[in-house]
Design a protein around this ligand. Structure first.
Ligand code: ZN
Length: 294
């Protein structure tokens, strides 16, 4: 019998795919449901930090606005679950998010990806609301020590960063115990190995020498989950297959399958890990289904 698959991380109208093409792509990959996530970021920040995205995302707006998500969910209500993370610094972000949950059935606060320490007081207030509304918080973490050094190098340098480091994530998990957090991005997965600071690259490769901060923080924070989407997630669990297998077994109730693209990179890695069927069922759909009620 074919496995049920939920992709917990994709976006509307990017890399040449409108939502019709995304649904065709999901069919090709046997994916039943995708969390269709907006990306809310100010134009100023987008232009300074990541202008290349203008080539790959919908030219009608900045990044992936809420409207595109709602359009996708309206057309394919059985295939998409909508996500939106308004910048928590906006004065009315919480009120607007609650309205989006009630009016448009937005079920995820994500993808949170803006130039903000994620333990900012406005963000904490947002996560507390998410805990009350039952919407998980899916964030993109990217802020290696080398980026901090690069940013400080000259008065004109401008490095792309999001969220802070894993200490920030432990703080928010402790401050908001009733909120489910889902981590993603190079800053999250690079911490798989304890020696990650010796490797300045965003995607450290090779064997995991000793359990990194990610493992430690997951052990201490039961409300923290992992999204294996993108190159960062696939590399995180695939760089050392023995360690990746043990990681997925230990955190089998908190690892979620996701792609953040249109290929089967994460499926190939999961195949290589040779996990048991019970664990795979959790990773491919049960964990995601538990965090989001339709
Ligand atoms: Zn994404």
């Amino acid at each position: 019998m074919a496995r049920t698959i939920i992709d917990c991380h994709n976006h509307p109208n990017w890399h040449g795919h409108d939502v019709d093409a995304l649904v065709r792509n999901m069919d090709e990959h046997g994916i039943a449901t995708t969390w269709l996530l907006a990306w809310d970021i100010s134009q100023k920040e987008y232009e300074q930090a990541c202008p290349d995205y203008y080539r790959f995302m919908d030219p009608r707006g900045v990044a992936a606005p809420l409207d595109l998500v709602l359009d996708g969910v309206r057309r394919y209500p059985d295939r998409f679950i909508g996500g939106w993370a308004p910048d928590p610094r906006d004065r009315w972000a919480r009120a607007r998010f609650q309205a989006a949950v009630e009016i448009h059935r937005i079920r995820v606060y994500g993808e949170l990806k803006c130039r903000l320490r994620f333990d900012d007081p406005d963000a904490i207030a947002m996560y507390r609301l998410c805990g009350k509304l039952g919407t998980p918080v899916l964030f993109h973490l990217q802020c290696a020590p080398s980026a901090v050094e690069e940013q400080a190098k000259s008065v004109t340098s401008w490095v792309e960063w999001y969220g802070g480091d894993l200490r920030v994530i432990e703080t928010i998990c402790r401050l908001c115990p009733d909120t489910a957090f889902i981590g993603h991005g190079p800053g999250f997965w690079r911490e798989m190995s304890a020696d990650c600071d010796l490797d300045p690259s965003a995607y450290p490769t090779g064997p995991v020498t000793a359990a990194g901060q990610l493992v430690e923080v997951l052990r201490r924070c039961p409300n923290l989950h992992c999204d294996i989407s993108a190159g960062s997630g696939a590399n995180g669990i695939g760089r050392d297959l023995d360690h990746g297998r043990r990681f997925c077994e230990e955190f089998q109730d908190r690892v979620l399958f996701g792609r953040d693209f249109f290929d089967r990179q994460q499926m190939d890695v999961l195949d290589k890990l040779q996990l048991g069927e019970t664990v795979l069922e959790k990773i491919y759909h049960l964990n995601a289904a538990r965090l989001v009620t339709k």
